[in-house]
Design a protein around this ligand. Sequence first.
Ligand code: ATP
Length: 290
Amino acid sequence: MDSIQMRAYAKINLALDVTGRRENGYHDVRMVMQTISLFDKLTIRPIVKDELIVANSHGFLPSGKGNLVYDAASLFLNTLGSKQGFCIELEKHIPIAAGMAGGSADAAAALLGLNELFHAPFSKKELHSLGLSLGADIPFCLTGGTALAEGIGEILTPLPAPPACKVLIVKPPIGVSTKFVYENLRLDETTEHPDVDGMLRALEAGSYRKLVSRLGNLLESVTTLHYPEISAIKEQMLSLGADGALMSGSGPTVFGLFQDARKASEAYYQFKTGQYGSQTFLTDFHCSQK
Ligand code: ATP
């Protein structure tokens, strides 16, 4: 069996609404998901020993159980009934606990890579349900591109790719747990929701101007209340010429969209040389689907 290298792409949310809370604590969402050209790298190598090893470049993450790469790979191998050993090297670039689904992207890449090495024992649908059992964002990460995610995030409808632009990513050094944000969301007191349908129309029309005007994330109201630096980053991006700026997922990452590549480079330079420099990236939409 050969080795394989996989890219695990991060996502941002162009729109994120929460429409209800289920009895089991899960929330119903309507999200416009978009992969961007910022990725982790996975190298999956078969080894002689009957063992699963995950070696990661990031000291903060577990290398065994609890690392989503390990969990996804062991679920895959157990479901297949395979005793083949693997060493998976994870080169981490996507900020962690950032609202960019980095862990889910890694898990999806592990599932896709193993499926390829074993010559596709599982269909797309089967991979989708394996992924979903590990996390609600994993089904989207299996296909990527642009999609509307509904239900708890697993009901996916492909959407037209947005017009090209530069995407500036800035992640302040705050760990925001998704659980904390959802627990502090007061849905019954929320009267204003992001215009997800407006975002869908903007994508259908291929209108960058409309897209920018429909950017919205319901979770921003919760996270910015506790972490004012998120609003400060948004304001700074806008003052540096971003056409629009928004928090991604449950935060704290903020992204800014620029059609003017020169303004984007200047804004990138400003943030890169500032206090958030190590977690600042200039990237773009990654639109091809797997
Ligand atoms: P989402 O946008 O789906 O809420 P996120 O970007 O907020 O995700 P992740 O970076 O995916 O968050 O990580 C969430 C948690 O998962 C972290 O606390 C981290 O410890 C754990 N985790 C396990 N494996 C990984 C991995 N391979 N990469 C990143 N985080 C991982």
